[in-house]
Ligand binder design. Sequence first.
Ligand code: HEC
Length: 113
Amino acid sequence: MAGRVFGQSVDEFDAWMRTIDEKNQSVQRAIAEKDAATAASDARTLQDTFKLVEGFWSKRGDAPYAVELARNAQEFAAGAVKSATQKDFEAASSQTIKIAGTCTACHRLYRPL
Ligand code: HEC
């Protein structure tokens, strides 16, 4: 039973990662095309999805650095939403570079689950 619950949460986690992967690419494309509305909406989805990722690791309770990275990613995403909304594409771009930095840092330590 416990295994089944855990199995389901891994599937859920992978689905979040696929959303994050897609939006991470889409937000950079939107910034390059100076499409503020799409960039802001993609960054918002990243922020919301990293919130779920943070909750996953908080609940697991054994990876404080993963929690921190997921929090950092949310902060950078929030920054990207703000910059994109203000059409400050240069700032938005530097936030998305920081978001991408969290991917590598977390994957190196915690992948696979
Ligand atoms: C806080 C940790 C953390 C962060 C931050 C993170 N990931 Fe992941 N990601 C993981 C872990 C752990 C796995 C492996 C999941 C598994 O074993 O099923 C993973 C798996 C993935 C996968 C494979 C999903 C699948 O279907 O198997 C993709 C794609 C992915 N991440 C993309 C990203 C991208 C892009 C970013 C940054 C924008 C990112 N991740 C940020 C922890 C993280």
